[in-house]
Design a protein around this ligand. Sequence first.
Ligand SMILES: [Zn+2]
Length: 289
Amino acid sequence: MFGKLTSFLRARSKERKLAHYAIPDELWTHTVAALPFIQRYDDADLTTLRELATLFIANKEYSTAHDMELTDEMVVSVAAQACVPILKLGIEWYRGWHGIVLYPGEFVIRKTIQEDVGFEDIGLVHGIEEEASGEAWEHGPVILSWQDVATPGAGLAADHALPADTYNVVIHEFAHKLDMLDGEADGVPPFSRVLHPTINPEQWAETFLTEYDTFAEACDAVPDRTWDHPERLPPRLQVIDPYGCEAPSEFFAVASEAFFVEPTGLRQYWPTLYDALAKFYRQDPAERY
Ligand SMILES: [Zn+2]
């Protein structure tokens, strides 16, 4: 009885949000036109994506830094890109946090790192500053550089020449958010018994971490001077951002960028990883090419 009432109220609230926050046609068309990897979805998926983006806008709180004016274009572009990974998962996968903070460009992250110097009770505390285009806080906001959101990678060049431009800061940070749903980011997202009945979580984690080891070893084997000429890297290191070798959590984020922006390249050079991501996201984006 109560269950029925709750789902009735939830449906009413969803309908109200969809009506109240509806994205105007022209703005939606304009947003999709600027994002090649989204244009490849069929009409049914685009309708779902627009609905998810609307709920996303209703549920999240946007703010800006440095007095940058927040425009509808910004709000919808972030929402549309952020909802691509949850297209077949649902809006509740972004539960538990609210804030989206947009900076005009790259911003500085300050971290303090305690260094163990081997003496008891003595630790050096360093303040480190890093330039970043995005950051995702566990249970907290997603911070994005608008400049980077507005110019995402377009995948392979028209002549299909590598290296592929898979850069997408929104997919990257929201992949971290999905990873963090079950605690600290470790590269292995949670799975749902209803949505992922065929996934064995331990097996998935083992497959993913083996792919990570292979990637990190392949990156280590590259001579230093070759990094200045990405076109000379082996093709399988050109479809995933080398930043992924930092940690399994970063590998999950950059592999997710490649999965959505350059799916055919990822499937060709990393079929096992592609398959693992396809099972988690419940999408097969390479099929649309
Ligand atoms: Zn990251």
